[in-house]
Design a protein. Structure first.
Lengths: 270, 369
């Protein structure tokens, strides 16, 4: 499998929440690569560098790939300047994606802020395959309601049988929904925890607290999957930057099972 | 094949270099450069150091020139260079990109030419290090093609290590001093009145060189010279892998961080430290260049993610290096990242000794970190 970049053309740039856009791309030399939800592409900002991003679009609609990018540094700022018709070099997809069949039981999807991006393709895939009687519950948390990513798509997901729970840390005037953090919202669910599975993406502390709570409720730790954000620099397991204890995140992840990262997540770095 | 041995008189060393130079694009060997034994291109046997030894200690390296009495050419331990720089240069081009006025991007990937290079004077620790480096760069679904091309072109002439440094400890980690494979030819330098080399061939290519040189076989008695009774003085505790990850709040981590300058010398000289960064820049003519450059887990940028570096303190960075080198390398690649060459001890400006740190970490912490 090649690790060389393919040139892609930008087909669309969709504004999402403040500071976040979704970039739609297609390769100039053929169809987009098949991928497993949460696999990453290395998006090249011309002459500046690359940023690792999970493909956030449907893995079964393969006429283009979508990447949801939050503006944070020089590379993502350059990516935000892309306009339809512009071209960029992308490597990938790399890494291990979500196991959508970790359990035959219910699936809890917990997302914090931009963490919903690597989960979107998984949610779409689950909506396509979920048999009757298996609940898929998406709990989306954000600081403010304006930071709830893909909010205009939630009703579409609901129409396909996915339950979506929104929760915010800081409610504005007019917010009548839930207030609080993701782990609390998940903890309030009425589920058969022992047969359920979870997929989490968000800040380290949100994932750690949620995973601990799920295990305490009786979910087998191996059924808790989470995507780790570390400095994925090469994407191919060669450069060392994205190590997390025993794991090389771009090689062994980005989706990891909780027992494989639990100890490293509890190490105090400073 | 290694049970047969041949005799190469010192006067024929030039012919060996000639044969290597004819078949290889470049022959690399030890040379004294700025008071340090480096691995550099050599053109004849006279480029190799003669009557030179070295003194190594924590934070100290000196080349010592003899009085002219010795004709030995390999009577010193490893210098700062290993095979790492040969197979993974400190800076190597990956690709260039052009962007035309209409926004179209063109990618020109650097060709992966197999460059044939022979290296003379490789020690057992560095042969083992190369095998460990191979696993980091070649195993898995995406082998590094630049590395693979450099690796495929290597012809290795090892030398039995007869003068270990005070800082190295290969025997305690099972990586030497005797060469047990991984080379094409192995030389043992012997001085029994006159200097000659006992030659063994581990590969068909190595045997081909022996045949071309027309060397005489030597008797089994002489093969007893293989290996040297000198024992390195340091040792790494056998339970180091468990010790370094046992207590990540151990007070010793703060203690060593107080001494560590986070300069990254240890990772630069380490023959297995493989971390690299992808370095993109744009020329004045608008061409984007992407190079792969050595990086170090001691830099602040190394662990950078959106909100900032994951490991900003020297404590976290030193702990990352040592726990990876001796501990989690086993989880990632099934073996230790340390081959006992001692370079990180010699070239550390403040002489931090990982064998001592591992010993200290094995003691109870005696308080919260």
């Amino acid at each position: 499998m090649t690790t060389d970049p393919r040139v892609h053309v930008v087909r669309d740039v969709v504004p999402e929440t403040p500071g976040v856009v979704t970039i739609h791309v297609v390769p100039v030399d053929g169809p987009p690569a098949r991928f497993v939800p949460a696999q990453i592409g290395m998006l090249g900002a011309f002459g500046i560098g690359e940023a690792a991003m999970s493909i956030s679009s449907s893995s079964s609609v393969l006429d283009h790939h979508e990447y949801t990018v939050r503006r944070a540094g020089a590379i993502t700022t350059a990516l935000h300047r892309l306009r339809p018709g512009d071209q960029l070099a992308i490597r990938g997809p790399f890494g291990r994606g979500w196991d959508l069949d970790a359990s035959p039981g219910d699936v809890v999807v917990g997302a914090g802020g931009i963490g919903l991006a690597p989960l979107r393709s998984a949610i779409l895939a689950l909506a396509e395959r979920t048999p009757l009687g298996r609940r898929v519950i998406v709990v989306v948390g954000a600081r403010r309601s304006s930071d709830l990513l893909y909010r205009n798509q939630y009703d579409g997901w609901r129409a396909r049988g996915v339950e979506v729970i929104e929760t915010v840390d800081a409610p504005e005037n007019g917010w009548s929904g839930r207030v609080g953090v993701v782990p609390d919202a998940i903890g309030e669910l009425d589920l058969d925890w022992s047969s359920a599975a979870a997929m989490l993406c968000g800040p380290d502390v949100m994932m750690r607290v949620t995973a601990e709570m799920l295990v305490e409720r009786g979910m087998p730790a191996g059924r808790v999957q989470l995507t780790m954000e570390r400095n994925m620099h090469c994407g191919t397991g060669r450069c060392g930057h994205c190590q997390l204890g025993p794991a090389i995140i771009c090689r062994d992840g980005p989706v990891m099972r909780y027992p494989d990262v639990a100890r490293a997540m509890h190490v105090e770095e400073r | 094949m290694s049970t047969t041995a041949w005799q190469l008189p010192a006067s024929h060393l030039d012919r060996l270099v000639d044969v290597l130079r004819r078949d290889a694009d470049e022959v690399i060997g030890p040379r004294v450069v700025d008071g340090v034994i480096r691995m550099r291109p050599v053109e004849c046997a006279d480029d190799l150091p003669v009557d030179v030894t070295d003194e190594q200690a924590g934070g100290r390296y000196r080349v010592v020139h003899g009085t002219g009495a010795s004709q030995l050419r390999f009577s010193y331990a490893v210098g700062p260079d290993s095979l790492k720089a040969v197979v993974q240069p400190p800076r190597a081009p990956v690709l260039t990109m052009q962007r035309s006025a209409d926004g179209a991007v063109a990618v020109n990937v650097q060709q992966r030419h197999v460059r044939r290079r022979a290296v003379i004077g490789v020690r057992s620790c560095d042969l083992v290090a190369l095998a460990r480096l191979d696993r980091t760069q070649l195993d898995g679904p995406y082998p590094d093609t630049h590395y693979a091309a450099a690796r495929a072109g290597l012809f290795l002439v090892a030398v039995e290590c007869t003068h270990p440094a005070a800082t190295c400890f290969c025997d305690s980690v099972g990586t030497g001093p005797a060469v047990e494979g991984g080379a094409d030819l192995v030389l043992t330098e012997i001085d029994d009145g006159s200097v000659w080399y006992l030659v063994r061939a581990f590969t068909g290519a190595g045997r081909g060189v022996v045949d071309e040189l027309g060397l005489d076989e030597v008797s089994p008695v002489m093969r007893e010279h293989i290996g040297d009774p000198n024992r390195p003085r340091r040792s790494l505790r056998p339970d180091a892998a468990a010790v370094v990850v046992a207590d990540l709040a151990h007070r010793r981590w703060d203690d060593v961080a107080d001494r560590c300058l986070t300069c990254g010398n240890c990772t630069a000289v380490c023959p297995t430290c493989f971390c690299t960064a992808i370095d993109d820049r744009v020329d004045l003519d608008g061409t984007a260049h992407r190079d792969r450059v050595w990086d170090t887990c001691f830099s602040g940028e190394y662990s950078h993610v959106g909100p900032g570096p994951v490991r900003s303190s020297p404590m976290s960075r030193y702990r990352q290096w040592l726990t990876h080198k001796l501990g989690t390398w086993h989880d990632q690649f099934g073996e230790s990242g340390c081959v006992g060459c001692g370079r990180c001890i010699t070239w550390c400006p403040v002489g931090i000794d990982l064998t001592v740190e591992a010993d200290a970490l094995a003691e109870p912490s005696g308080g919260a970190g």
